[in-house]
Design a protein around this ligand. Structure first.
Ligand code: SDX
Length: 429
């Protein structure tokens, strides 16, 4: 295969090098296109544009492949451990016992937030959207750890990562407790990562919540499946903000805001609202599918479709299995799971979805599992953020470690007014 391409414009040829990745993805390097030809490229939504080269996550959307640092996602299913996956994504290898125990200790020791941060929680209305609070509180967190603004060494990065990954649980749990007028439950240093989060969410002052092992495993896996997904909207936002040399906390706070959108991480909430509206009989599954196919309606089959996956999202397949096993182990059921499976069955036989290669994505089943654990829908995207945080940190670090990093500053094609003149107020129509 050739290692360059030739672009011919107005009779002139321009050679564009072709970059080939370790999994044989190929890209035209247009780094010199404007200086050589005066041309730029135009690609709204960046569906055809690579922003960087990265070693962290590999996705083959046609084959439904997702690997973290080369390890297939399915490898984590039997012994899900979110903490070791966080280390893998950030530092590039599975932690050995010494690294794992050190990082776990750091997470335990940094679970509390400064007592003064509680004043900030008190400043929000109880009805405040949890994602608004989370983004604000991650930024606020940086004010209490100014020593972590400048991360020059892996040791400093490890400390900042541990503080963020540990405290995001506390921020999330306190957000939930505050919204219900419940007392804050302090983290318990004896508990591992996920158990401590569930303890802070659901324990009462003199009555600790002890999750079933199946619940712990299910939530570890949900967080692992959300941990990274290469250049998605929120991760690209973290890179964009980090490219100005903004600190890690500010960059991740921006990532939370991008994730909040209903087309991105906010979709898991919209899926539950969709399933509940079908469950309440407002619309049958077929009627909902018909509306999602009708261009004149603004209805979309939430949890379906993906910019990259034109096959099954492997995370959706794993989450469907987790939800079925969790209900079987807990001896419970959820009518919304049956509705989801019915919707998927109908859609996956419908030409509209098949010809557009629209399959269930990570958001289609995740909310059903979180519901089974007792997490309210308005906290689903917060859980997505807890899962995605290691990926954001890994990408921020990868970009900031690149000696050739430049501030991200895309171009545009201007389509506005030609030269125009100022018109004094009295002369305006
Ligand atoms: C996440 O990027 C990532 O990696 C994201 C993520 C991650 O881990 O970070 O995987 C997490 O964000 C998952 C996606 C969650 N969002 C949803 O489930 C919302 C519903 N899905 C769609 O809005 C849509 O599929 C997107 C946003 C996910 C993808 O949008 P694209 O790639 O811009 O696709 P598109 O809007 O151009 O759609 C192509 C066609 C259109 O029809 P035509 O104009 O060709 O006739 O497919 C149709 C769309 O109308 N279509 C849908 C649809 N998704 C696409 N029609 C009905 N229902 C849908 N869900």
């Amino acid at each position: 295969m050739s290692d360059s391409a030739t672009l011919t414009v107005d009779g002139k040829n321009y050679d564009l090098p072709i970059v080939t990745g370790s999994e044989n993805e190929r890209a035209l390097d247009i780094g010199k296109l404007r200086s050589q030809s005066g041309l730029i490229t135009l690609d709204p939504g960046y569906g055809n544009t690579g922003s960087c080269q990265s070693d962290i996550t590999f996705i083959d959307g046609d084959k439904g492949i997702l690997r973290y640092r080369g390890i297939p996602l399915e490898a984590f299913a039997d012994h899900p451990n979110f903490v070791e996956v966080a280390w893998l994504l950030i530092f590039g290898h599975l932690p050995n016992r010494t690294e794992y125990e050190f990082f776990s200790r750091e997470l335990t020791e940094n679970a509390n937030i400064d007592e003064d941060m509680k004043h900030h929680f008190a400043g929000f209305p109880r009805s405040a959207p949890p994602m608004a609070i989370l983004s604000a509180m991650i930024s606020t967190l940086s004010c209490f750890h100014p020593q972590l603004f400048d991360l020059e060494t892996d040791d400093q990065l490890e400390k900042a990562a541990a503080r963020l990954i540990s405290k995001i649980r506390t921020l999330a749990a306190y957000t939930y407790r505050r919204s219900r007028g419940l007392p804050y439950i302090y983290p318990d240093p004896k508990l591992p990562y996920v158990s401590n989060f569930l303890h802070m969410m659901f324990s009462e002052v003199y009555s600790p919540y002890v999750p079933e092992p199946e619940v712990r495993a299910a939530l570890n896996l949900v967080l692992i499946l959300h941990a990274d997904h290469e250049q998605n909207c929120s991760t690209s936002t973290v890179r964009m903000v980090g490219s100005s040399r903004a600190n890690l906390f500010a960059s991740c706070a921006a990532g939370v805001s991008a994730l909040w959108g209903p087309l991105h991480g906010g979709a898991n909430v919209k899926v539950i609202e969709m399933l509940e509206s079908i469950h309440k009989g407002k619309m049958s599954a077929q009627e909902y599918i018909n509306a999602a196919k009708d261009k004149s309606s603004d209805v979309r089959l939430m949890g379906f479709g993906h910019r990259i996956y034109k096959n099954f999202d492997p995370r959706a397949t794993m989450l469907r299995d987790v939800s079925e096993k969790l209900f079987a182990k807990l001896g419970t059921s959820d009518p919304l799971l049956e509705i989801a499976q019915n919707l998927a069955d109908i859609a996956l036989k419908d030409e509209y979805f098949l010809e557009r290669k629209l399959y269930p994505n990570v958001d289609f089943y995740s909310g059903i599992i979180l519901r089974a654990i007792g997490i309210p829908a308005n906290m689903f995207t917060v859980l997505f953020a807890i899962g995605r945080l290691p990926g954001w940190i890994a990408h921020w670090h990868e970009q900031n470690s690149d000696p050739n990093m430049r501030i991200a500053r895309p171009r545009q094609v201007y389509t506005g007014n030609g030269l125009s003149h100022y018109v004094p107020m009295e002369d305006r129509m």
